[in-house]
Ligand binder design. Structure first.
Ligand code: TXA
Ligand code: MG
Length: 348
């Protein structure tokens, strides 16, 4: 299959979205930009499309997909009930980087939900995404547009690296500005439960909902439990090299990381560090990557997946990372970094 890559401009936008919509309606796949990461879209109401998505991603088919909608009117027919909590969250955070889990209606095929009786729904805040969903018939199932096990793509070029030849079309709408996937909250349990941290933070959810539980597996690899969001169990976001996080006071962290880098170099490993802007110069490594200013979780979120891909591209075999601040949006950064590191963290 030849994948058509279209760089969207004012002139070609309408025609391109129309063509993309036709592909989805005919059961094909189109990657498209959202504010979080690029999605790999198919018709959410067509069981055959879900199968194609799993194939293209190389993802197990027990991993449910998020159904993307473009307007509130689209919600009632795909869920059993639009609960008060769902209405409240939608009015506060939609369109935006929040996915809600609700009981599904018969209209949503089990192929899309990985066999579950619940469905994940999100309304993205990105004009290309919204217009594309409309053109595609209103219900687009879309996981992140990476091959399974790779970091989610934040640019169309990264989508092409993973999906060239596997899907009909890639809509290039520039860089995904947030850089990490949406927050997921399960509204089918009492109290509601955070399944994946993101830009809609725990604090924001608590203000809206009152008590909110947290899936214990988010921050620990050794909880012995299966994550509540099936997709979170896979070792996603992992770079090819070994990644270790070092946490503690700056001086101790710097000393520990430099020691590990020296050891790595002694056995001829290509080394890398992931640090704050301020401390980038403290380290002696083959490749150095900045997550942005200390304490800026937004900058870190925007850069993290690109950095992990660059580590792979540059063949870095041993990567030491400082531990970014985990408050607010930082919880999302920490969650993804921990998963990328296989929860390997050293306290100094
Ligand atoms: O920001 C995002 O959410 C991006 C963009 C494209 O919208 N999409 C995305 O999809 O990250 P994906 O497939 O990479 O992650 C979806 C996660 C998986 O961990 C999956 O297990 C979980 O959502 N999920 C989906 N439906 C679920 C359900 N019914 N119950 C529990 N978890 C669910
Ligand atoms: Mg994903």
């Amino acid at each position: 299959m030849v994948t058509k890559v279209i760089a969207l401009s004012k002139d070609n936008r309408a025609a391109a979205l129309k063509e993309a919509g036709k592909i989805i309606k005919a059961g094909g796949l189109v990657a498209f930009p959202t504010e979080t990461v690029y999605g790999l879209g198919g018709d959410a109401l067509n069981p055959a499309s879900a199968k194609k998505i799993y194939e293209a991603k190389g993802r197990p088919s027990d991993n449910p997909l998020i159904v993307h909608i473009a307007e509130m009117e689209a919600l009632p027919s795909i869920v059993e009930e639009v609960t008060e909590e769902a209405k409240r969250l939608a009015s506060l955070f939609w369109p935006g980087p929040l996915t809600m889990i609700l009981k599904k209606s018969a209209r949503v095929p089990y192929e899309t939900t990985g066999g579950l009786d619940t469905v994940a729904v999100r309304m993205p805040v990105h004009d290309v995404a919204l217009d594309f969903i409309e053109a595609a018939g209103g219900y687009v199932a879309a996981p992140s547009a990476n091959r399974s096990g790779r970091p989610s793509p934040t640019t169309a070029a990264y989508v092409a690296e993973d999906m060239e030849g596997r899907i009909e079309m890639i809509l290039d709408g520039g860089q995904a500005t947030l850089g990490l996937e949406s927050t997921i909250v399960d509204l089918t349990v009492e109290p509601p439960m955070l399944l994946r941290p993101g830009f809609v933070t725990m604090d924001m959810l608590s203000v809206a909902l009152g008590e909110v539980g947290v899936d214990e597996t988010l921050l620990r690899g050794d909880s012995g439990q299966a994550p509540k969001a099936p997709g979170m169990k896979y070792r996603h976001y992992a770079p090819k090299g070994e990644l270790i996080i070092v946490r503690g006071k700056t001086e101790a962290v710097t000393a520990c990381i430099n020691e590990r880098l020296r050891e790595g170099r002694r056995i001829n490993k290509k080394t890398g560090v992931i640090t704050s802007e301020e401390t980038l110069g403290y380290y002696d490594a083959d490749a150095r990557y900045s997550l942005g200013k200390k304490g800026s979780a937004k900058a870190a979120a925007e850069r993290l997946y690109r950095i992990l891909r660059e580590c792979d591209d540059e063949g870095v075999e041993l990567i030491l990372s400082e531990c970014p601040d985990g408050a607010g949006v930082g919880a999302a950064v920490m969650n993804r970094l921990l998963k990328a590191a296989g929860y390997h963290i050293i306290d100094v």
